[in-house]
Design a protein around this ligand. Sequence first.
Ligand SMILES: Nc1ncnc2c1ncn2[C@@H]1O[C@H](COP(=O)(O)OP(=O)(O)OP(=O)(O)O)[C@@H](O)[C@H]1O
Length: 266
Amino acid sequence: MATELHRQVNSPEKELEKEKVAGGENGGAAVRVRSLTRSFDGRAVIDNLQLDVEPGEFVALLGRSGCGKSTLLRVLAGLDREIEGEVLVPRRKAVAFQAPRLMPWKRVWRNVLLGLPGRPGRAVAERALTEVGLGHRVDAWPKTLSGGEAQRASLARALVREPDLLLLDEPFGALDALTRITAQQLVAELWQRRGCAVLLVTHDVEEALLLADRVLVMDGGVIAHQVRVDRDRPRDIADPLLAELRTELLDRLGVKAPEPAVHKVA
Ligand SMILES: Nc1ncnc2c1ncn2[C@@H]1O[C@H](COP(=O)(O)OP(=O)(O)OP(=O)(O)O)[C@@H](O)[C@H]1O
């Protein structure tokens, strides 16, 4: 698997050696972050952060608003290289954001292929769109898509890149509850079928517990806490282990878990 190293820009004299990350059985990705710091106006939003993601692992990232989750994702995506430290990611990676960012003047299939090297044909887009259940919207204009459809088109755009690492920044944040569940199921299926590593930024503790192998909590510029979710899928949020982990995570996030509803009989 081809990997790329983002170098420590503040110490150009320090030549970091390019390393290979061993590919996993399932051909997924591995991420390795060492001593990562990212500052804005002298303030370190990410502050000496360490992170490893195993090949094919599904990792969810939680944290209070403004703690630096999107910044970390942008660094991993290679969209932000103003960093100190070492970031090793696979060359094949793709990002899907909360807002699908489709070009309104291009049909859906052309949007899916946007920026792909080697002039791939319409059939490539059609395959990815079919995989996300949008085979019937290949020729549609973006403005005619529903929110959930636009989000799926955005996922198709990520999938055509055949990523070893899929970076998802609040991809379901703007969807209604029902569409959100369908989209979560789709991501779980795609992940199982493709075997790529996933890093999902979310505000939703239950979503993280239903989908991820490991849930991280970012705080103070580092990964301050993590839990493993040792349960087969599909999962049930009523599972006692998940309920316990939910309380632990909410506690870490500084949110008091709501008490179970008490039904009083007069
Ligand atoms: N380009 C930038 N210039 C200056 N400050 C920035 C920039 N990008 C992010 N920040 C600051 O870095 C901090 C972390 O932002 P980031 O978007 O990573 O947080 P987040 O955890 O993803 O938040 P949310 O959950 O609300 O989306 C914020 O205080 C933000 O204002």
